[in-house]
Design a binder for this molecule. Sequence first.
Ligand SMILES: [Mn+2]
Length: 375
Amino acid sequence: MKNIDKKTDNFAASDMLRKMKETSDAEFDSVLVVSEVNRRYVTHFPSSSGYVFLSDDACAFITDFRYYESAKKAQEKGVIPHDVQIILQDKDMWNVFKRIAGEKKNILVEEEYLTLSDFEKIKKKFAKYTLLPGASALISKMRAQKDENEIKNIAKAQKITDKAFEYIVSFISDNLGKDMLTEERVALEIEYFMRKNGASGIAFDTIAVSGRKTAMPHGVPDGTKIKKGFLTLDFGAKYGGYCSDMTRTLCIGKPTEKMRDVYDAVLCAQREALEYIRAGKTGKQIDAVARSYIAKRGYDGTFGHALGHSLGLEIHESPTFSPSCDKIIPQNAVLSVEPGIYIENGFGVRIEDIVKVTENGCENFTKSGKELLIL
Ligand SMILES: [Mn+2]
């Protein structure tokens, strides 16, 4: 089982199945992965269609003509684990599937993603098979603890994001007052910069909102000129398939005392949370540290979202730092820490870093400064 190909530091697919069995309480002998993101997690190869089947006898990646050749090449390069059979998806696919699956199988499936049409085909072709729910919850649990390579990719994505922040601050200060300096333009500059500096794409739609719109946590940038007051920038890059995420709130023109106080309350709430974070706490416990601090500062009820979310192949993963998360946060989980205060019809402030949770604390990947920046 420990026979990992020399060319790669990846899991063998058989190791992945063994890990799944260790992680789950369910009794199963094989796993069918159909969702795009989990297919990528298991094969290390991005594809928009296909199936991955893992069993003790065989590990197969069934994908269509568009990906077949590049998948074969990716395996030669050591990207796709060496023990995966790459199979062309065609009309005969379910017969191929039957051949590799063998007899009398308990198949764990992603019940949220397996289509009704595939479900019915499997039922018809494989009367003896039992389909068990739980594959996505299981893989999500495994994805919560990032391996070394995943962490490298997230850290690199965040490095590009930090660089983009430095760039956009100088772009904004160079162009203050000009008609071209709109929210949309700021978002575009950030995205273009990240792509030019190695990002394969953006991790989510960039938020660049100014003035009163900062009171809306997920405001959408438009063609209005950057105004006096707060400017919230929330953005992230993708690198090697992995996401980064950061938010900074800066101030155009002189802030009022109230604005300074809100900013300080958010910053201190984040510091308190960062101090408290370590593996073994629940998501709820960590969220409560920032939430109760914000209440103590007199802003109870203005922090309407969770303190943070895991991120990786997807921008929002599990577990989270939120009032409803009873899950234990494990070592090597990567989460955002993003408290905010939103004053209706006034303004909002959010500050967000991403961290790796460790045994005794956390390691912050976000290096950009957090003192209130006034332009
Ligand atoms: Mn976030």
